[in-house]
Design a binder for this molecule. Structure first.
Ligand SMILES: Cc1ncc(COP(=O)(O)O)c(C=O)c1O
Length: 385
């Protein structure tokens, strides 16, 4: 069977690879597996949302296509959500509902770029971004990771990477994998940099419910639609990762172009996902606020425990769901270090190099997956190995 050479050069899906290391392993009751691998909220959506979805199954419309961009009332509810959370909002014509933030990214990139174009990607990068770019023949130009900056992108470094082929600067805030949050002032500066080169700033804000501070104010600027594209996921916000609730936010003309790809790719976000998204945006602000506070407590606890004792692992950066640590084994890659943690500590996490070239000394720990009472045990495994 022939497979494209381009696809063969892309790394395998990291979570699938790492989870395959668990095959056939068993764990004693006194040392169960600690799963710091995938970024999935440890809690379920609230009962009222589940009840609402159950009742929607009696309506035959639930099983039918919607318009490509998604139902008007759902996009309206999402815009109202933005108004409450960002104090400014796009209009429904500037939204396309997608199969997770993942598909929003593909729509954005394939509507914006052609093969051989360049997109500047900050390291460490959310692995699906370079994988998607490479699959489309678009070149990721990596802005290097500087441990001194704890995962913050540098305006100077990125501005020097812009060439005639650059179509976009891609940033993720809060970052997966470092948890670093880019300040609203920095985001405005990156927007203005993109504007001055007539390219786009693409911001992936999948974890925006877990910032805990004021988000950026770009939607307040009348000129945002010319150079800003936002990738959003309500999967983490409403604990609906399996329903695939993403949104692409962009200039309305850009959305019209993206709908050509939407139609040929998926037609529309499935209606059950749209219904859940609308319900969440209309009724779940308090529930989300409670979980944001829980996640902050987990982070504070994790950070305090991790740094309380001398350990050979360095906490480089942390926030929202994630901690980015340097492992102590200079002669091991991140993959080898992560395997050692599976074998010797019954703990699973992701190797640094999954997040881009040159990141073998690092590991990503997703503490958002575990509840607060599991944190001391998880941290102990690093202190004891
Ligand atoms: C930074 C980032 N973007 C996008 C995604 C994909 O989100 P979704 O599940 O909505 O496709 C993830 C998922 O972990 C992520 O961490």
């Amino acid at each position: 069977m022939q497979v494209s050479k381009q696809i063969k050069t892309i790394q395998p899906p990291p979570i699938t690879e790492v989870k395959s290391w668990l095959a056939g392993r068993t764990y004693p009751a006194e040392k169960p597996l600690v799963d710091l691998c995938q970024a999935v909220p440890s809690y379920s959506p609230p009962a009222e949302l589940i009840q609402y979805l159950k009742s929607s199954l009696d309506n035959p419309l639930t099983f039918k296509y919607s318009s490509d961009e998604g139902l008007a009332e759902v996009r309206g509810a999402v815009c109202d959500w933005y108004q409450r959370h960002y104090q400014s909002a796009p209009v429904p014509e500037q939204l396309c509902l997608t199969i997770g933030a993942s598909q929003a990214f593909w729509l954005a990139i394939s509507s914006l770029c052609q093969p051989d174009d360049e997109v500047i990607v900050q390291l460490p990068a959310y692995f699906d971004h370079p994988m998607g770019l490479q699959a489309l023949g678009i070149k990721p130009i990596f802005a290097p990771f500087d441990p001194e900056n704890a995962g913050q992108p540098s305006l100077d470094t990125i501005s020097q990477l812009i060439t005639k082929k650059t179509k976009a600067i891609l940033l993720v805030t809060p970052s997966n994998p470092t948890g670093a949050v880019i300040s609203p002032a920095q985001i405005s500066a990156f927007f203005e940099l993109a504007q001055s080169h007539n390219i786009s700033l693409i911001l992936d804000e999948t974890y925006n419910a877990f910032i805990g501070t004021t988000p950026h104010q770009l939607f307040n600027r009348p000129d945002w639609p010319n150079n800003f594209i936002q990738i959003a996921s309500f999967g983490k916000t409403f604990a609906l990762t399996g329903l695939r609730c993403g949104v692409l936010v962009a200039n309305d003309e850009f959305i019209q172009q993206a709908l050509k790809i939407q139609d040929s790719m998926v037609v529309c976000q499935p209606r059950p996902a749209q219904l859940a998204l609308e319900f969440g945006c209309r009724y779940l602000d308090d529930w989300v606020a409670k979980n944001t506070a829980t996640m902050k407590q987990r982070h504070d606890r994790f950070k305090a425990d991790f740094t309380a004792e001398e350990t050979d692992f360095d906490l480089i950066s942390s926030g929202s769901f994630f901690a980015w640590v340097k492992h102590p084994w200079e002669n091991l890659t991140g993959r080898q270090a992560a395997k050692r943690l599976v074998e010797d500590a019954n703990l699973i996490c992701l190797p640094g190099e999954a997040f881009g070239p040159g990141l073998e000394p690092y590991l990503r720990l997703s503490f958002g997956n575990i509840i607060a009472t599991q944190i001391p045990e998880a941290v102990k495994r690093f202190h004891q190995i």
